[in-house]
Design a protein around this ligand. Structure first.
Ligand SMILES: NC(=O)c1ccc[n+]([C@@H]2O[C@H](COP(=O)([O-])OP(=O)(O)OC[C@H]3O[C@@H](n4cnc5c(N)ncnc54)[C@H](OP(=O)(O)O)[C@@H]3O)[C@@H](O)[C@H]2O)c1
Length: 340
């Protein structure tokens, strides 16, 4: 029997991708969908890069109600709620024994909440207090791509990362950025985004030390732009290493990267978490955003100058950077036996 789950914020950008990913999931099934008000039909425009599920016309939406979630016997919630309301609701659900997998930011830096990318830091799941339902975050969408590119080179001594990001419109939710602000334009500011990338990167790549996580010592400097692309965040990354790297070793590390063993057993994990391109015109959102069903990060333009490695990457913000990352985390928690 599949595990009963619910999606919170089911009518939004991330919520839709949850519906698409869970509609044929081998372990989890959607029992209820919640948003800010009741709807008899699913009336949001379909924005996901995944196919519309066949049963979309039969879906109804309920006004979010924690008691209703508990009464229905739901075991897992996938949260795509706006940050300003997510924190309190997610804590209440966790306190009632419901496992929470969230895209929202309020809990990400909390002591008992790991930010997990199963390929990289599955052992961070051990900071979830014994006997409590897990509350597990996935990172900010841009960070998820960045850390996947840094994981294969982490043992080369990463001292400093400088990253400039070119982030798509779907990252701003629906309806998102006003059209007249973004047509023929690039916006040079995304609220709170730079500090999130800096903090979360260090936490995810940090060391699990018994019952806490010691953040990585690297310095991270991020700058963020909003660009008129539907899905997919591009990043230009410069990494200062403690030694001069060998270009062929770097190619091999990226192209052969598979991540932690346990991640390979999860249904939502891609065969190759990183796709390495030699053509300098790749990756591009138009061509590469669905690599690995949206779960692979695409990397190109790899260069070395002294101790600095540079490259460009593309991450699918709504799948790897949001819904897909959370579903993969729920699969990890289920496999680890902490969803009862
Ligand atoms: N978009 C991305 O690429 C991305 C990536 C990583 C993380 N995130 C995070 O994921 C979360 C969702 O982002 P999004 O892009 O999907 O936003 P969105 O498109 O604006 O969707 C927000 C969802 O929350 C619901 N909602 C709003 N107020 C509510 C309330 N008071 N009670 C219950 N439901 C409420 C909305 O329902 P109604 O339709 O009823 O208003 C809608 O379903 C945010 O915390 C965001 O920061 C987003």
């Amino acid at each position: 029997m599949k595990i009963k789950s619910a999606v919170l914020g089911a009518t939004g950008n991330v919520g839709q991708n949850f519906i698409a990913m869970l509609s044929a999931h081998p372990w989890f099934e959607i029992d209820a969908l919640y948003a800010s008000k009741d709807r008899d039909v699913y009336d949001s425009p379909w924005m996901s890069p995944l196919d519309i599920p066949d049963n979309i016309n039969t879906l109804t939406i309920k006004k979010l109600d924690v008691k209703n979630i508990i009464d229905r016997g739901i075991k897992i919630v996938f949260s795509a709620l706006p940050s300003k309301i997510a924190g309190e609701i997610e804590s209440e659900l966790q306190a009632n024994g419901i496992a929470v997998f969230t895209n929202a930011s309020p809990h990400r830096m909390s002591e008992n909440v790991p930010i997990i990318i199963p390929e990289i830091n599955s052992e961070h799941i051990n900071i979830v207090p014994q006997g409590m339902a897990p509350l597990i975050a996935n990172s900010n969408c841009t960070t998820s791509g960045l850390v996947l590119s840094l994981a294969p080179i982490a043992d080369l001594g990463i001292e400093r990362v400088i990253v400039s990001t070119y982030q798509s419109l779907s990252g701003a939710g629906y309806p998102g950025v006003p059209s007249l602000d973004i047509v023929n334009n690039i916006l040079p500011f995304i609220k709170d985004e730079e500090i999130k990338i800096e903090r979360e990167t260090k936490k995810i790549l940090g060391k699990f030390a018994g019952n806490s996580i010691m953040p990585h010592s690297m310095e991270v400097n991020a700058s963020t732009f909003r660009v008129a692309v539907t899905h997919g965040h591009m990043e230009s990354v410069f990494v200062d290493l403690s030694q001069v790297p060998d270009i062929n070793d770097i190619y091999a590390r990226f192209s052969e990267y598979r991540g932690d063993l346990i991640a390979r057993e999860l249904p939502s994990s891609p065969d190759k978490p990183i796709i390495l391109h030699s053509n300098p015109m790749r990756p591009q959102p138009k061509l590469d955003v669905m690599a690995g069903r949206g779960m692979s990060v695409s990397i190109g333009s790899v260069k070395i100058k002294n101790r600095t490695l540079s490259f460009k990457l593309l991450v699918n913000n709504v799948i790897r950077g949001a819904a897909g990352g959370s579903v993969q985390n729920a699969e990890l928690a289920y496999k680890a036996g902490i969803i009862k």
